[in-house]
Design a binder for this molecule. Structure first.
Ligand code: AP5
Length: 212
Protein backbone atom coordinates (compact mmCIF):
# COMPACT_ATOMS: atom_id res chain seq x y z
CA UNK A 1 0.00 0.00 0.00
CA UNK A 2 1.29 3.46 -0.91
CA UNK A 3 -0.86 5.90 1.02
CA UNK A 4 -1.03 9.60 1.80
CA UNK A 5 -2.66 11.18 4.88
CA UNK A 6 -4.08 14.59 4.02
CA UNK A 7 -5.77 17.05 6.35
CA UNK A 8 -5.35 20.24 8.36
CA UNK A 9 -3.13 20.55 11.46
CA UNK A 10 -4.71 18.71 14.40
CA UNK A 11 -7.11 16.68 12.24
CA UNK A 12 -5.66 13.45 13.64
CA UNK A 13 -3.22 12.36 10.92
CA UNK A 14 -0.46 11.28 13.33
CA UNK A 15 -2.99 9.58 15.61
CA UNK A 16 -4.48 7.50 12.77
CA UNK A 17 -1.03 6.77 11.32
CA UNK A 18 -0.33 4.48 14.30
CA UNK A 19 -3.10 2.04 13.40
CA UNK A 20 -2.71 2.27 9.59
CA UNK A 21 1.02 1.48 9.66
CA UNK A 22 0.41 -1.45 12.05
CA UNK A 23 -2.48 -2.80 9.94
CA UNK A 24 -0.56 -2.69 6.65
CA UNK A 25 3.00 -3.21 7.97
CA UNK A 26 4.26 -0.09 6.21
CA UNK A 27 6.54 2.67 7.52
CA UNK A 28 5.12 5.99 8.69
CA UNK A 29 6.92 8.82 6.89
CA UNK A 30 6.06 12.09 8.60
CA UNK A 31 7.95 15.06 7.14
CA UNK A 32 7.05 17.05 10.28
CA UNK A 33 8.64 14.37 12.52
CA UNK A 34 11.79 14.20 10.35
CA UNK A 35 12.10 18.01 10.45
CA UNK A 36 11.59 18.12 14.25
CA UNK A 37 14.27 15.43 14.67
CA UNK A 38 16.67 17.57 12.59
CA UNK A 39 15.84 20.64 14.71
CA UNK A 40 16.51 18.60 17.88
CA UNK A 41 19.86 17.37 16.54
CA UNK A 42 20.85 20.86 15.35
CA UNK A 43 21.60 19.74 11.78
CA UNK A 44 21.97 22.29 8.95
CA UNK A 45 18.51 21.26 7.67
CA UNK A 46 17.06 21.68 11.17
CA UNK A 47 18.57 25.17 11.54
CA UNK A 48 17.15 26.28 8.19
CA UNK A 49 13.72 24.70 8.77
CA UNK A 50 13.18 25.97 12.34
CA UNK A 51 12.40 29.59 11.42
CA UNK A 52 9.62 28.50 9.04
CA UNK A 53 8.23 25.88 11.44
CA UNK A 54 8.10 28.27 14.40
CA UNK A 55 6.02 30.69 12.30
CA UNK A 56 3.78 27.89 11.01
CA UNK A 57 4.88 28.46 7.40
CA UNK A 58 5.90 25.75 4.96
CA UNK A 59 9.59 24.87 4.78
CA UNK A 60 10.93 25.59 1.23
CA UNK A 61 10.30 22.78 -1.26
CA UNK A 62 13.99 22.29 -2.12
CA UNK A 63 14.78 21.30 1.49
CA UNK A 64 11.79 18.96 1.62
CA UNK A 65 12.59 17.18 -1.67
CA UNK A 66 16.14 16.21 -0.62
CA UNK A 67 14.81 14.95 2.70
CA UNK A 68 12.05 12.87 1.11
CA UNK A 69 14.41 11.43 -1.56
CA UNK A 70 16.75 10.32 1.26
CA UNK A 71 13.88 8.66 3.12
CA UNK A 72 12.61 6.87 -0.01
CA UNK A 73 16.11 5.49 -0.57
CA UNK A 74 15.78 3.41 2.62
CA UNK A 75 14.84 -0.25 2.04
CA UNK A 76 11.75 -0.30 4.29
CA UNK A 77 9.84 1.78 1.69
CA UNK A 78 10.10 -0.84 -1.07
CA UNK A 79 6.72 -2.48 -0.37
CA UNK A 80 4.79 0.63 0.57
CA UNK A 81 4.57 3.58 2.94
CA UNK A 82 2.24 6.02 4.62
CA UNK A 83 3.10 9.65 3.89
CA UNK A 84 1.97 12.14 6.56
CA UNK A 85 2.48 15.88 5.93
CA UNK A 86 3.81 15.40 2.40
CA UNK A 87 2.88 16.50 -0.22
CA UNK A 88 1.71 19.89 1.05
CA UNK A 89 1.32 21.90 -2.16
CA UNK A 90 0.84 21.19 -5.86
CA UNK A 91 4.56 21.36 -6.68
CA UNK A 92 5.27 18.72 -4.02
CA UNK A 93 2.42 16.52 -5.33
CA UNK A 94 3.73 16.71 -8.91
CA UNK A 95 7.27 15.97 -7.75
CA UNK A 96 6.05 12.97 -5.77
CA UNK A 97 4.20 11.64 -8.83
CA UNK A 98 7.40 12.01 -10.88
CA UNK A 99 9.55 10.32 -8.22
CA UNK A 100 7.17 7.34 -8.11
CA UNK A 101 6.72 7.13 -11.90
CA UNK A 102 10.50 6.74 -12.24
CA UNK A 103 10.16 3.57 -10.14
CA UNK A 104 7.00 2.38 -11.95
CA UNK A 105 4.94 3.08 -8.82
CA UNK A 106 1.94 5.22 -7.90
CA UNK A 107 -0.16 6.24 -4.89
CA UNK A 108 -3.03 3.83 -4.08
CA UNK A 109 -5.17 6.16 -1.95
CA UNK A 110 -5.20 9.54 -0.25
CA UNK A 111 -6.94 9.49 3.14
CA UNK A 112 -8.48 12.89 3.79
CA UNK A 113 -9.29 13.65 7.46
CA UNK A 114 -11.35 16.78 7.99
CA UNK A 115 -12.51 18.75 11.04
CA UNK A 116 -13.69 22.29 11.72
CA UNK A 117 -11.34 25.11 12.66
CA UNK A 118 -12.29 25.52 16.36
CA UNK A 119 -11.80 21.78 16.99
CA UNK A 120 -8.40 21.87 15.23
CA UNK A 121 -7.26 24.72 17.49
CA UNK A 122 -8.45 22.94 20.68
CA UNK A 123 -6.71 19.72 19.66
CA UNK A 124 -3.40 21.36 18.86
CA UNK A 125 -3.38 23.60 21.96
CA UNK A 126 -4.03 20.56 24.20
CA UNK A 127 -1.61 18.21 22.44
CA UNK A 128 1.39 16.91 24.38
CA UNK A 129 4.11 14.80 22.76
CA UNK A 130 6.73 12.47 24.25
CA UNK A 131 10.27 13.85 23.79
CA UNK A 132 11.63 10.34 23.40
CA UNK A 133 9.21 8.05 21.50
CA UNK A 134 6.92 10.70 19.94
CA UNK A 135 3.71 9.24 21.43
CA UNK A 136 0.92 11.83 21.25
CA UNK A 137 -1.53 12.70 24.02
CA UNK A 138 -4.13 15.38 24.67
CA UNK A 139 -4.71 17.11 28.02
CA UNK A 140 -8.47 16.44 27.81
CA UNK A 141 -9.19 13.87 25.06
CA UNK A 142 -6.31 11.50 25.62
CA UNK A 143 -4.39 12.27 28.86
CA UNK A 144 -1.38 10.18 29.76
CA UNK A 145 -2.00 7.83 32.69
CA UNK A 146 1.38 9.07 33.98
CA UNK A 147 0.39 12.74 33.96
CA UNK A 148 3.26 14.86 32.62
CA UNK A 149 5.19 11.76 31.50
CA UNK A 150 4.74 9.23 28.69
CA UNK A 151 2.82 6.03 29.46
CA UNK A 152 5.07 4.03 27.15
CA UNK A 153 8.59 5.17 28.07
CA UNK A 154 8.17 7.42 31.13
CA UNK A 155 9.85 10.39 29.40
CA UNK A 156 8.61 13.96 29.96
CA UNK A 157 5.93 15.22 27.55
CA UNK A 158 6.33 18.57 25.78
CA UNK A 159 4.14 21.18 24.11
CA UNK A 160 5.21 21.75 20.48
CA UNK A 161 6.34 25.37 20.00
CA UNK A 162 4.05 25.65 16.94
CA UNK A 163 1.03 24.48 18.98
CA UNK A 164 0.24 27.94 20.38
CA UNK A 165 -3.01 29.52 19.19
CA UNK A 166 -1.58 32.26 16.92
CA UNK A 167 0.75 29.85 15.13
CA UNK A 168 -1.97 27.22 14.75
CA UNK A 169 -4.23 29.82 13.14
CA UNK A 170 -1.46 30.60 10.63
CA UNK A 171 -0.89 26.87 10.00
CA UNK A 172 -4.61 26.47 9.25
CA UNK A 173 -4.47 29.45 6.82
CA UNK A 174 -1.39 27.97 5.14
CA UNK A 175 -3.25 24.64 4.86
CA UNK A 176 -6.30 26.32 3.30
CA UNK A 177 -4.30 28.31 0.74
CA UNK A 178 -1.56 25.83 -0.20
CA UNK A 179 -2.55 22.27 0.80
CA UNK A 180 -6.33 22.22 0.37
CA UNK A 181 -6.04 22.48 -3.46
CA UNK A 182 -4.56 18.96 -3.32
CA UNK A 183 -8.05 17.63 -2.57
CA UNK A 184 -9.00 18.64 -6.12
CA UNK A 185 -5.66 17.33 -7.46
CA UNK A 186 -6.23 13.84 -6.01
CA UNK A 187 -9.99 13.85 -6.69
CA UNK A 188 -9.11 14.20 -10.40
CA UNK A 189 -6.95 11.08 -9.97
CA UNK A 190 -9.86 9.26 -8.23
CA UNK A 191 -7.78 8.61 -5.12
CA UNK A 192 -9.51 10.49 -2.29
CA UNK A 193 -10.98 8.54 0.63
CA UNK A 194 -12.68 11.05 2.95
CA UNK A 195 -13.39 10.49 6.66
CA UNK A 196 -14.97 12.66 9.37
CA UNK A 197 -12.16 13.56 11.78
CA UNK A 198 -14.53 15.02 14.40
CA UNK A 199 -15.55 11.52 15.57
CA UNK A 200 -13.77 9.64 18.38
CA UNK A 201 -10.37 8.11 17.44
CA UNK A 202 -11.69 4.52 17.17
CA UNK A 203 -14.58 5.57 14.92
CA UNK A 204 -12.23 7.43 12.59
CA UNK A 205 -9.96 4.36 12.47
CA UNK A 206 -12.94 2.14 11.60
CA UNK A 207 -14.05 4.50 8.83
CA UNK A 208 -10.53 4.44 7.33
CA UNK A 209 -10.32 0.65 7.60
CA UNK A 210 -13.65 0.22 5.81
CA UNK A 211 -12.85 2.77 3.12
CA UNK A 212 -9.47 1.19 2.34
P1 AP5 B 1 3.42 18.54 10.74
O1 AP5 B 1 4.17 17.91 11.83
O2 AP5 B 1 3.15 17.78 9.50
O3 AP5 B 1 2.10 19.11 11.39
P2 AP5 B 1 0.60 19.27 10.82
O4 AP5 B 1 0.29 18.86 9.46
O5 AP5 B 1 0.32 20.69 11.14
O6 AP5 B 1 -0.17 18.23 11.61
P3 AP5 B 1 -0.19 18.00 13.13
O7 AP5 B 1 0.95 17.14 13.56
O8 AP5 B 1 -0.35 19.31 13.86
O9 AP5 B 1 -1.61 17.31 13.33
P4 AP5 B 1 -2.14 15.83 13.14
O10 AP5 B 1 -3.20 15.86 12.09
O11 AP5 B 1 -1.04 14.83 12.98
O12 AP5 B 1 -2.86 15.65 14.54
P5 AP5 B 1 -2.61 14.59 15.74
O13 AP5 B 1 -2.93 13.21 15.31
O14 AP5 B 1 -1.29 14.82 16.39
O15 AP5 B 1 4.15 19.90 10.26
C1 AP5 B 1 4.73 20.81 11.18
C2 AP5 B 1 5.50 21.87 10.39
O16 AP5 B 1 6.59 21.25 9.65
C3 AP5 B 1 4.70 22.62 9.31
O17 AP5 B 1 4.00 23.72 9.85
C4 AP5 B 1 5.82 23.04 8.34
O18 AP5 B 1 6.52 24.17 8.82
C5 AP5 B 1 6.79 21.86 8.37
N1 AP5 B 1 6.51 20.85 7.32
C6 AP5 B 1 6.18 19.53 7.53
N2 AP5 B 1 6.03 18.90 6.34
C7 AP5 B 1 6.28 19.83 5.38
C8 AP5 B 1 6.25 19.78 3.95
N3 AP5 B 1 5.94 18.66 3.29
N4 AP5 B 1 6.54 20.92 3.27
C9 AP5 B 1 6.86 22.07 3.93
N5 AP5 B 1 6.89 22.18 5.27
C10 AP5 B 1 6.60 21.06 6.00
O19 AP5 B 1 -3.79 15.06 16.74
C11 AP5 B 1 -3.79 16.35 17.35
C12 AP5 B 1 -4.34 16.22 18.78
O20 AP5 B 1 -5.70 15.82 18.73
C13 AP5 B 1 -3.62 15.16 19.63
O21 AP5 B 1 -3.51 15.63 20.94
C14 AP5 B 1 -4.56 13.93 19.58
O22 AP5 B 1 -4.48 13.14 20.75
C15 AP5 B 1 -5.92 14.59 19.40
N6 AP5 B 1 -6.83 13.80 18.55
C16 AP5 B 1 -6.53 13.25 17.33
N7 AP5 B 1 -7.60 12.63 16.82
C17 AP5 B 1 -8.61 12.81 17.70
C18 AP5 B 1 -9.99 12.42 17.72
N8 AP5 B 1 -10.53 11.72 16.71
N9 AP5 B 1 -10.74 12.76 18.79
C19 AP5 B 1 -10.20 13.47 19.82
N10 AP5 B 1 -8.90 13.87 19.87
C20 AP5 B 1 -8.12 13.56 18.82
Amino acid sequence: MRLILLGPPGAGKGTQAEFITAAYSIPHISTGDILRQNVKEGTELGKQAKTYMDRGDLVPDALIFDMVEDRFAQPDTVNGFLLDGFPRNETQAQTLDTMLQRKGQSIDAVILIQADKQLLIERAVGRRVCRNCGATYHLVNRPSAKGTHCEKCDTELYHRPDDVEETIKNRIEVYESQTQPLIEYYTRQGKIVSVDGTKPVAEVSNAIRQAL
